[in-house]
Design a protein around this ligand. Structure first.
Ligand code: ADP
Ligand code: MG
Length: 717
């Protein structure tokens, strides 16, 4: 397995080794094929049952699986195993244990790995955010194997490590991670979606799972230049930087030819991803210079979330191997586009039916229209939660800034579906579809829908794209777990309500029809097909009463509203305490992120920019004296000296102000008020410091400037 096809001598030198994708795909994954090959039939069956139906594994079965997994991993060179989990820090965490057991009397060691070690881990949880759920003295936290996401062996500088995807909970069972609520929400939407399709006569599908395909955007910069920027090192984004003469205005980077250095990087990324079973599919240059995108083929939500973490880690690791740094921050550079993550979402049955597929017959259409209008209702009623799920400090720079969708949640349906919806609202029934769909008449008949009868709309935060919804607000660095927890749960709630209304109705057709109409009428206001970047839309959205939540600190309270608590508790996704702890953690995370940015700016301004500019003014002053002594005109030098000195003064003043507000913020008690202070007082002070420094960069000798410029960073990768 995994044999590479090497090129014969005499082949083109600039070509790298060719790869047989089919041969290497999944070679480092403990997948179904491996399980079937290695596990005794009975054990394999038990495990499949556990995976498919969420059945618990008995200890002896777990022991057999653990043993085989270990043997397999050791054959791949693994020395350690790790319970790989997703705490609320936003990144993944792991603690490595080697397979060795206590030395034998012979002085040799055996390699061991028990079922207990596979199923449960107990990392000291005291240093992970828990938002008050767990007192520090009760540091116990447990990681539990998520057998629905396959284990894999990761190869890196540490050698090879068996990674076991796990959920992370407190001693009392509260979720301390991203995965646990995601699994719970998948369960919720499964139950309600099954109820719904049963009503339409589907008796064969056993399971409905959310399918998710996240498109990952990122930047690549040269590692040496990166190392010269404290802001990139500490915060992942530039906090200063004047625009180069050229930005992205020519649109020449988007889908442009991929340069060789980047192509070599992408090749290695793909290869490493394929080996661990990630279906890396699409790659291209993005809008901003140095910006790129990678999209896998969609997968079940929890696998997609795990894979997205693997993608982010792989991008970072391989970038280093290529002398580059991968920036996953939402806004690494002001003035050019930032990065996001389009979260494509649909619902698929175990026998391959997509509930978001409009279908070909009116019978399918009617189920589709019910699903669709349920989603309208879900998104309309919980727009604040959806918005919150995309909130992170970096995304505050994007949402509503003419490059990402606005901070207002709306749904794009496309002309055809919007027309159907309008007919439903206006006349109570829809009798035809636009663009050649067959005209159906009759009281209860719904129109046949043609797929892709409409254009795309890139400005919408939540767009229907043929057979899935694309949630476009998510930040590039963020976990996609949060958005999918919200999507799954709000849709489960809408399905449940619709089923309550329809189940037991005397006239099924009429009941469905009435429900569709009701939702269409009540929630049509969330549908918007126009330009989401325009100012008119902001006004119009206000008239419609849609929330426009501009920042992370203003979004977080959505988590703990009565409406949110009621829903999440009803579907057993979060308890009130878990929601409160999450809100608390988010406020803290925000405050910490901004505090680090502010301190980094203070550091850079005090130790790099101001000293560099002082030196430069001295040089200018010396020049003025020397030139004057030589009897020549010094107007230019003097003017420049004045201009630079004035900006230097402004810089010092803004620095003093930033130090003052940052100290003030840091002295406050952690929580909402502190986070708001960081947002409303510290962030503007940061901007006020940046402005004169960026102006200085435009007029100070490049040789005197203490770090690489935007031009150096994004045009010279
Ligand atoms: P786009 O629609 O943005 O042009 P694609 O059609 O290639 O791009 O899809 C983007 C992402 O959406 C990919 O990750 C793809 O696998 C995923 N995707 C496609 N169909 C579905 C679906 N039914 N459910 C969820 N994701 C999907
Ligand atoms: Mg897309």
């Amino acid at each position: 397995m995994g044999k590479k096809i090497s090129l014969k001598k005499g082949s083109r030198e600039d070509m790298s080794e060719l790869v047989n994708v089919a041969a290497i795909f999944g070679e480092d994954v403990f997948n179904d094929t491996v399980m079937q090959e290695r596990l005794p039939k009975k054990v394999y069956k038990e495990l499949k049952k556990a995976i498919g139906e969420g059945k618990e594994l008995d200890p002896s079965t777990a022991d057999v699986i653990a043993h085989e997994m270990k043997e397999w991993a050791i054959e791949k060179g693994a020395t350690h195993y790790t319970h790989w989990f997703q705490p609320l820090t936003g990144v993944t965490a792991e603690k490595h244990d080697s397979f060795i057991s206590a030395p034998l009397s012979s002085g040799k060691v055996l390699m061991s790995f028990s079922g207990k070690e596979l199923i449960k881990g107990e990392p000291d949880a005291s240093s992970f955010p828990s938002g008050g759920l767990r007192a520090t003295f009760e540091a116990r936290g447990y990681t539990a194997w998520d057998c629905t996401s396959p284990a894999f062996v990761r190869h890196d500088a540490a050698g090879a490590t068996l990674c076991i995807p796990t959920a992370f909970c407190s001693y009392t069972g509260e979720a301390l991670d991203q995965k646990t609520p995601l699994l719970r929400s998948m369960e919720a939407v499964n139950t309600q979606a099954l109820r719904l399709i049963r009503l339409f006569g589907n008796t064969t599908s056993k399971k409905v799972t959310p399918s998710v395909g996240p498109e990952q955007e990122y930047f690549l910069v040269d590692a040496e230049k990166f190392q010269q920027r404290k802001d990139l090192i500490y915060t992942g984004r530039t906090l200063f930087g004047a625009m180069p003469p050229k930005g992205q205005e020519l649109d020449d980077h988007y889908f442009g030819t991929i340069r060789q250095r980047i192509a070599g990087f992408m090749k290695d990324v793909n290869e490493q991803l394929w080996k661990v079973g990630v279906t890396a599919k699409t790659q291209h240059n993005e809008v901003a210079p140095a910006q790129h995108e990678l999209a896998p083929i969609y997968a079940e939500a929890n696998v997609a979330v795990d894979h997205n973490h693997i993608v982010m880690q792989t991008l970072k690791r391989v970038a280093c191997q290529h002398g580059m740094k991968c920036l996953l921050h939402e806004k690494p550079f002001a003035g050019v586009n930032g990065s996001g993550k389009h979260n494509n979402w649909s619902l698929t049955t175990d026998d391959g039916k997509n509930l978001l597929d409009p279908g070909k017959t009116p019978h399918e259409n009617i189920q589709f229209l019910l699903v669709l209008t349920c989603i309208l209702k879900a998104v309309d009623e919980h727009a604040d939660l959806l918005r919150e799920s995309a909130a992170d400090p970096g995304n505050d720079h994007r949402l509503g800034a003419n490059e990402a969708p606005p901070a207002i949640i709306s749904i794009f349906l496309g002309e055809q579906l919007e027309d159907v919806l309008e007919q439903l609202v206006n006349t109570g029934e829809a009798t035809h579809s636009l663009k050649g769909g067959k005209l159906e008449t009759g009281v209860r008949t719904l129109p046949e829908l043609a797929k892709d009868a409409t254009d795309r709309n890139r400005t919408s935060p939540f767009a229907f794209t043929g057979n899935k919804f694309e949630f476009r607000m998510v930040g590039s660095r963020d976990s996609i777990a949060g958005p999918n927890v919200v999507l799954n749960t709000i849709v489960a709630e809408a399905f449940a309500e619709a089923c309550d209304a329809i189940e037991g109705a005397e006239d099924f057709q009429k009941a469905v029809h009435d429900q569709i109409k009701k939702y269409a009428v009540e929630h049509q206001k969330i549908v918007f097909n126009g330009n989401g970047y325009s100012d008119e839309w902001i006004e119009e959205a206000k008239r419609r009463g849609l929330p426009n939540i501009k920042s992370m600190v203003e979004a977080i309270p959505a988590l703990t509203t009565e409406k949110s608590v009621e829903m999440f508790e009803k579907f057993k996704v979060f308890t009130k305490a878990e929601l409160e702890s999450r809100a608390e953690i988010k406020f803290e995370n925000y405050a910490k992120a901004i505090n680090i940015e502010a301190r980094t700016m203070i550091d850079m301004a005090s130790k790099q920019f101001i000293p560099a500019v002082i030196k430069y003014t001295k040089e200018l002053a010396d020049t003025v004296v020397a030139v004057k002594a030589a009897g020549a005109d010094t107007d230019v030098q003097s003017d420049l000296l004045k201009e630079v000195s004035a900006l230097l003064g402004k810089t010092k003043q803004a620095l003093t102000q930033l130090i003052q507000v940052t100290d003030q913020a840091a002295s406050m008690e952690e929580g909402e008020a502190q986070a708001r202070y960081y947002h409303f007082d510290v962030v503007p002070a940061m901007e006020a410091l940046r402005a004169p420094v960026d102006e200085l960069e435009m007029i100070v000798d490049k040789e005197a400037w203490p770090m690489p410029s935007y031009g150096d960073l994004i045009f010279e990768v």
